[in-house]
Ligand binder design. Structure first.
Ligand code: NAD
Ligand code: DAU
Length: 357
């Protein structure tokens, strides 16, 4: 059994689906179902006894203690977070609470549980896998080398500062208490179930609806993009083979400007779902920039490639085509997110899984 936090979110739900497609090891999924949690993502697991959903908060120490004692997981994979930079600028408190206090609570609960494990082998095999971001490293200039694991932490947004704080806590719990942790810092993910507040899914749903495509500033900020299934495979690899106390950067070697991304989406939609009114690029609308907007992220993923043999399976071209096609094939998912009815899946899922709230 492994405990996943944030398993109803974008990456967590992809991770659980991929995990259970490859293994019968059960998953306990602890998620608070904030606006970003969507149990519909896991609809294909309804009634599957390998997936147990628990509606709860990672900052609830009593709940986490009880779950660890009852289910005795061999690992915790910690995805739960507030994850959207724009929201962190408008309201940073939730980011400090979940990303910092929530991670602290999980670490303390994990430490007590790990110390209580009966044998040295069981303690050595336990893992606390902290899922983090490349944004903790700050922003690169146009000719700077990509972020290596040794790059200084220079977070610039409330989101990245809260993730950096959580990374530091995880590191300290290893050095001080010996908790067997691994941390991964990944670049921008994209793929199925991506909440349409983030660049790629927002552009797809707006372009399909003939709505403006809001590009911040000059559109020349650069991100490195990784197909979400490749991130999930990297997390599985690090969980299985990563060395305790180490951090691993994960990236796709796909640096693109935001404008390139938006144009690619427009062109793919024009090909797959032509619009009689004309090419979608006409919808691009330059808007006021994000405050403190990081200019460029790029990941040096050579450590995980060299030490653990992980490499992305998708190119950007194959991954973005799959993603656009997924949104074309799932208008109901998009509609439920847009009209808010995705939140009703809580009741349905409980009925299906038999999990206790
Ligand atoms: P998301 O916002 O889609 O999902 C977050 C999930 O966490 C949701 O299901 C939400 O309900 C849950 N959650 C939030 N607060 C909680 C709490 N207090 N207790 C329990 N559950 C809570 O996020 P995502 O994009 O899937 O990101 C997952 C993780 O990966 C995050 O830690 C994020 O920092 C990291 N990450 C994301 C990306 C990316 O491109 N999306 C890239 C690198 C790293
Ligand atoms: O780098 C990893 C990070 O990637 C993760 O840690 C975060 O959780 C994830 O949200 C993502 O952060 P970004 O801020 O890079 O992602 P976002 O999709 O919000 O924005 C991507 C780029 O597109 C960024 O330069 C801002 C720009 N943008 C975004 C939106 C939503 C626009 O130009 N217009 C938009 O409407």
């Amino acid at each position: 059994m492994i405990l996943i936090t944030g398993g109803a979110g974008f990456i967590g739900s992809n991770f659980i689906l991929d995990w259970l497609a490859q293994s019968d090891e059960p998953v306990l999924n602890l998620d608070a179902l904030t606006y970003a949690g969507n149990l519909r993502n896991l609809a294909s697991l309804q009634g599957d006894p390998r997936h147990r959903f628990v509606h709860g908060d990672i900052a609830d120490r009593a709940l986490v203690d009880r779950l660890l004692a009852e289910h005795r997981p061999r690992a915790i994979v910690h995805f739960a977070a507030e994850s959207h930079v724009d929201r962190s600028i408008l309201g940073p408190a939730a980011f400090v609470r979940t990303n910092v206090e929530g991670t602290f609570t999980l670490l303390e609960a994990a430490r007590a549980y790990w110390a209580s494990l009966p044998g040295a082998d069981e303690r050595a095999a336990f893992r606390f896998h902290h899922v983090s971001t490349d944004e903790v490293y700050g922003s690169l200039g146009p000719t700077d080398a990509p972020f290596a694991e040794t790059h200084p932490y220079e977070p610039n947004s409330p989101y990245s500062a809260s993730k950096a704080a959580s990374d530091h806590l995880v590191r300290a719990w290893h050095h001080t208490y010996g908790l067997p942790v691994v941390t991964t810092n990944c670049s921008n993910n994209y793929g199925p179930f991506h909440f349409p507040e983030k660049l790629i899914p927002l552009m797809i749903v707006n372009a399909l609806a003939g709505q403006p495509l809001p590009v911040y500033g000059d559109g020349l900020n650069v991100r490195d993009w990784l197909y979400v299934k490749d991130h999930c495979a990297a997390v599985r690899t690090v969980l299985a083979h990563g060395r305790p106390g180490e951090t691993y950067n994960i990236g796709g070697w796909n640096e693109k400007t935001n404008l390139e991304i938006v144009h690619t989406i427009c062109d793919l939609l024009d090909e797959l779902r032509p619009d009689a009114t004309g090419p979608r690029r006409r919808l691009v609308s330059f808007v006021k920039d994000r405050p403190g907007h990081d200019r460029r992220y790029a990941i040096d993923a050579r450590k995980i490639e060299r030490e653990l043999g992980w490499r992305p399976a998708e190119t950007f071209e194959s991954g973005i085509r799959k993603t656009v096609q997924w949104y074309l094939d799932h208008p109901d998912w998009v509609a439920e997110v847009q009209n808010g009815s995705y939140r009703d899946w809580l009741a349905t899922q409980y009925a299906g899984s038999g999990a206790a709230p």
